[in-house]
Design a protein around this ligand. Structure first.
Ligand code: PGA
Length: 252
């Protein structure tokens, strides 16, 4: 708790290579004005080798997905070491769009988390309930299950770190985030679930819990001023430097 806040931009499949380079240049130019916030950009795989070298020390590179095997006959897949080779420090894992459109299961997400940690990447594990699960009163249960299954076997040795982002599926991309109180409650649920598996001292020093889902310049401070919310994962509002900087300048 009380850690340095982090803002992660998830560009999804929204930008061409040229647009990615342009946005990375704009973010890099302005990032000198951003103090006390860790900034991470997650472009498409194809933009990683061009975006990485443009970033200053204060802005880190992340990928949007990873495969769990290290090498071999896995057509189309990207191994963790191929990401570290590109300069990635972070990788999103188990984003709801991966779960929805690519049928990723909790077991697959777990293999990805373990493989990312082995390779020295910081996994950004995404969890969150969908509309039906929320309506049926299952949101805490769903998130607890997703976290517990994803971090099965994780110990966080040496310098390994873990980030968990609570992203309620039903608000992603809608422009309507959940309330700060709601996000805080789920952050506590996630923290309790993590400490069933990872010792509390390790969790305090090596884990961060974020909120994601329609974060913008207007609502960001309502999440980040809370001790138990260590930052935000941003989709739509990270695609223009003006809206992204609106967020960065309001992080508390
Ligand atoms: P959004 O996306 O900010 O556009 O809601 C967040 C995400 O999917 O990570």
């Amino acid at each position: 708790m009380g850690k340095k806040k982090i803002v992660i931009a998830n560009w999804k499949m929204s930008l061409t290579l040229r647009e990615s380079i342009q946005l990375a240049k704009e973010v890099s130019a302005e990032s000198a004005n951003v103090k006390n916030v860790d900034v991470v950009l997650c472009p498409s795989f194809t933009a990683l080798p061009s975006v990485g070298p443009l970033l200053p020390q204060t802005v880190a590179l992340g990928a949007q997905d990873v495969f769990w095997e290290e090498k071999g006959a896995y057509t189309g897949a990207i191994a963790p070491r191929l990401l570290t080779e590109m300069g990635c420090r972070y990788v999103l894992i188990g984003h709801s769009e991966r779960r929805q459109y690519f049928q990723e299961t909790d077991a697959m997400v777990n293999k990805k988390v373990l493989a990312a940690l082995r390779a020295g990447l910081i996994p950004v594990l995404c969890v969150g309930e969908n509309n039906d699960e929320r309506r049926n009163g299952q949101k805490d249960y769903v998130v607890m299950r997703q976290v517990a299954e994803a971090i099965r076997g994780v110990t966080l040795l040496g310098t390994q770190e873990l980030i968990v982002a609570y992203e309620p599926v039903w608000v992603i991309g809608t422009g309507q985030a959940v309330s700060g109180d709601d996000a805080e409650h789920m952050s506590q649920v996630i923290r309790h679930t993590i400490t069933d598996i990872i010792p509390p001292v390790t969790m305090e020093s090596r884990c961060r819990v974020l909120y994601g889902g329609s974060v913008d310049a207007k609502n960001v401070a309502d999440f980040t001023h809370r001790n138990v919310i260590d930052g935000v994962l941003v989709g739509g509002s990270s695609l223009k430097s003006s809206s992204f900087f609106g967020i960065l300048s309001r992080v508390r």
